[in-house]
Design a protein around this ligand. Structure first.
Ligand SMILES: [Zn+2]
Length: 233
C-alpha cells in the first residue's frame, strides 16, 4: 500500500513538474531516474587504461607524483552531454551529481582503482562560491561514489583563492591562477594515506596539480590518485 502511494505521488509530481533528461531535454519516463535510457546508452564513455599509465596521469606526472587516475565520460564542449556537467555545476542538479557519482563508481569498479584507496578527498570550492551555489558538486560525486565503494570522505582541502574568472582564462593563465589556490590540512594521525582526489572534469590538470601539491605540502607521505567524472578530449 505504502509502495502504491509512493508511486502515485511520484506519478502526480511527474505530471505537475515533468522531469526532463539533461542531455536531450525529453520528458523522463517514470522508470528513468535522471537521464533517459537512450542518452544513458549513448553516454560517451572513456576508458583510460591502464590506471597507472594513461593520458590523464601522464599530463600530471610532469608536475606531481600520481599513482593512478581515471575518468568515465569523454567531455566535448559541443556535445549535448556537456549539459550534464553544466547542470551539475551551475543549475543545482544535486541529485544528478549524486547519481552520476554512483554510476561512475560502478563503471570503474572493475579497474580495481578503489582497492588501494584509503580516503576520497573532493576538490573544494572557494567559500564565496560555496555560499553562492550552496553545494560542492565534487563532494556530491564523492557521496554517490561512497554508496558503491564505501570509502570515507575527508574535506582536507580548502580553496583559498577565488575561481571567479577561471573559465575565461587561457590554459597558461588558468594554471597560474590555480597554482596556489588550495591548502590542505591533514591530521598527523591520517598521514601516509592513499588519497583519491575527486573532481567533476579534467581539462588541463591544473586543478588536480594544485590540489596534489597542497596535499603533499601538508603530508609529504600521502599518495595521490585522481578521479574525474569527465575528461576533456
Ligand atoms: Zn535523453
Amino acid at each position: 500500500m505504502k509502495e502504491q502511494w509512493r508511486k502515485w505521488l511520484s506519478d502526480l509530481q511527474n505530471l505537475m513538474l515533468p522531469r526532463l533528461c539533461p542531455v536531450c531535454s525529453q520528458r523522463l519516463m517514470p522508470n528513468e531516474q535522471f537521464i533517459c535510457l537512450a542518452c544513458s546508452m549513448d553516454l560517451p564513455r572513456i576508458n583510460l587504461n591502464p590506471i597507472d599509465d594513461n593520458a590523464m596521469i601522464r599530463k600530471l606526472w610532469a608536475q606531481i607524483p600520481v599513482e593512478t587516475g581515471t575518468s568515465v565520460i569523454a567531455y566535448r564542449h559541443q556535445s549535448p552531454f556537456h549539459n550534464i556537467l553544466v547542470n551539475i555545476k551551475y543549475h543545482g542538479a544535486t541529485e544528478l551529481a549524486f547519481e552520476m557519482g554512483r554510476w561512475a563508481a560502478c563503471e570503474i569498479t572493475s579497474t580495481t582503482i578503489f582497492e588501494q584507496i584509503d580516503v576520497m578527498v573532493p576538490v573544494p570550492l572557494s567559500r564565496r562560491k560555496m555560499q553562492k551555489r550552496g553545494y560542492n558538486q565534487s563532494l556530491l560525486l564523492c557521496n554517490g561514489m561512497a554508496q558503491v565503494n564505501r570509502l570515507p570522505i575527508r574535506n582536507w582541502l580548502h580553496r583559498i583563492s577565488d575561481e571567479n574568472t577561471q573559465t575565461h582564462l587561457n590554459e597558461e593563465e588558468r594554471i597560474e591562477n590555480t597554482i596556489n589556490a588550495f591548502e590542505a590540512d591533514i591530521p598527523i594521525n591520517e598521514h601516509g594515506k592513499r588519497i583519491l582526489l575527486v573532481d567533476d572534469v579534467f581539462t588541463t590538470g591544473a586543478t588536480m596539480t594544485a590540489c596534489a601539491k597542497a596535499i603533499l605540502k601538508s603530508d609529504e607521505t600521502a599518495i595521490i590518485n585522481v578521479f574525474t567524472l569527465a575528461y576533456t578530449v
